[in-house]
Design a protein around this ligand. Structure first.
Ligand code: ZN
Length: 257
């Protein structure tokens, strides 16, 4: 059976470490590199319930998108059980569950978060949105009304709802940035996109975004589709592995209307 390190190296062949942003923390973050792996749980985040799921299903390894520690969130100075982060890391180590996280390198990688998102939304002729290679631009086969496109986004990403600003134009040339990519709104406008689909958009981002349909489809919803791509990638390279997509990890954000 492959080791944790071999699986990490294989994921790096797809999403090289040097594609990650300088502030990011990617790769094998918790566990044992020499441990042999039979079962892998794949999830967007290593939450407490994902760790429980891994233990329950007997997975030796979790492959996740967001770093479980030492990123711009979850700063770790110590691993002690008086806080949730310490308890989570302790739980993983106690049960010998390793964690590999592929974050901004997987955002940028070909076939990664943003390519998967763009294809889910039916975009074709994809190109890069920005230098960081985070985000894609593509076109729909046919122009759609914003109303129709919003319905399609909800349908294809499984959103419970979304927030948007109507730019007053139909949808054809669309930029996507999975997760928090509102900083790239100016690039989307400069490239002549009529629509930008991303997440975590702030009030002032909406106010400033003139002349473009700006859609906040949710952080989980715009990124979670990559989990299936991770599963398919590992299945091809390690046919002997049992690959399990998390069934417990869902967005904790609900809409009340
Ligand atoms: Zn994210």
């Amino acid at each position: 059976m492959p080791t944790v390190r071999e699986i990490e190296q294989s994921l790096y062949a797809w999403a090289p470490r040097d594609l990650a942003e300088s502030w990011d923390n990617v790769g094998l973050l918790v566990g044992s590199e020499s441990r042999e792996v039979r079962r892998v749980l794949i999830a967007l985040d290593v939450t407490d319930w994902v760790a429980e799921e891994a233990i329950r299903c007997g997975a030796e390894l979790i492959v996740a998108h967001h770093p479980v520690m030492n990123c711009t969130w979850h700063k770790v100075q110590s691993v002690v059980d008086d806080n949730a982060q310490g308890r989570l890391l302790t739980k993983l180590l106690t049960h010998s569950v390793s964690a590999i996280c592929m974050h901004t390198n997987l955002d940028a990688a070909e076939g990664g978060v943003n390519d998967v998102l763009a294809k889910k939304l039916g975009l074709e002729g994809l190109s890069l949105l920005n230098e960081e290679k985070i985000g894609r631009v593509g076109t729909l086969k046919c122009e759609k009304s914003l109303e129709q496109f919003l319905q399609d986004v909800i349908q294809s990403l499984g959103c419970q709802g979304l927030r948007y600003r109507d730019g007053g134009i139909p949808v054809r040339k669309v930029a996507v940035g999975g997760g928090a990519c509102a900083e790239y709104i100016p690039q989307a406008i400069a490239l002549g996109c009529d629509t930008f689909v991303t997440a975590d958009v702030k009030y002032h981002d909406f106010l400033d975004a003139e002349g473009i349909n700006l859609i906040d489809a949710g952080h989980f919803e715009t990124e979670n589709p990559v989990c299936e791509a991770v599963r398919a990638y590992l299945a091809e390279r390690f046919p002997q592995l049992e690959l399990v997509l998390s069934t417990t990890h869902k967005s904790v954000i609900k809409y009340y209307m």
